[in-house]
Design a protein around this ligand. Structure first.
Ligand code: SF4
Ligand code: SF4
Length: 179
């Protein structure tokens, strides 16, 4: 009886691992709405009693798009929350939806390209720019002092997270592959 059980168990485990390999969950953009607050030069949003830091676009981007933010104003944005920081990808402002873009003009959020790619946790990023200089495809840029990875350019080499040569990987462990 035991002899028959072991091969069956092995088959079940192999099938489970195989299915897991192809079942990546798509991260979705979430809508956040609440009152803005600025503290120490950083924007925060108070939403349903919760307090989140916002990883927003650069001042230049906000200016170019005529977005003037003030403390206590109601703010709506779409983003992804990573450890109490909201990475903002779309701002809802004056009846328009403004898509945040990288320096090449590509939207930072491209749904089909989010899974399986590398992302930066803005709360851990100290803006050292080390990852920017090692990325072979120039996929990493700095937005508001923090690194952001352009999924369109990223080839998943993993250098930014794990290192290469003298670079020993992100010093704060801010870069992780989104599974
Ligand atoms: S190496 Fe890490 S801490 Fe430095 S800029 Fe890149 S993500 Fe931020
Ligand atoms: S995984 Fe490679 S290509 Fe993608 S951002 Fe990191 S260093 Fe650049």
């Amino acid at each position: 009886m035991k002899k028959n059980l072991i091969p069956s168990l092995i088959i079940v485990i192999v099938i489970f691992c195989f299915l897991n390999l192809f079942s990546t969950e798509k991260p979705d953009l979430e809508m956040f709405e609440g009152k803005l607050k600025i503290m120490g030069g950083e924007w925060f949003i108070i939403s349903d009693g919760d307090f989140f830091q916002l990883n927003l676009a650069s001042e230049e981007f906000l200016k170019e798009n005529n977005i003037i933010l003030t403390s206590k104003e109601q703010f709506r944005a779409e983003g992804v929350i990573i450890e109490e920081v909201i990475n903002v990808y779309r701002i809802h402002y004056n009846d328009s939806i403004i898509e945040l873009r990288d320096i090449s003009g590509n939207p930072l959020w491209q749904e089909e390209k989010q899974v399986g790619h590398f992302h930066v946790n803005p709360k851990k990023c100290i803006g050292c720019r080390l990852c920017v200089s090692v990325c072979p495809t120039d996929a990493i840029s700095m937005v508001h002092g923090r690194a952001i990875i352009d999924a369109d350019k990223c080839i998943d080499c993993g250098i930014c997270e794990n290192g290469n040569g003298n670079y020993k990987g992100c010093p704060t462990g801010a870069i992780k592959k989104q599974e």
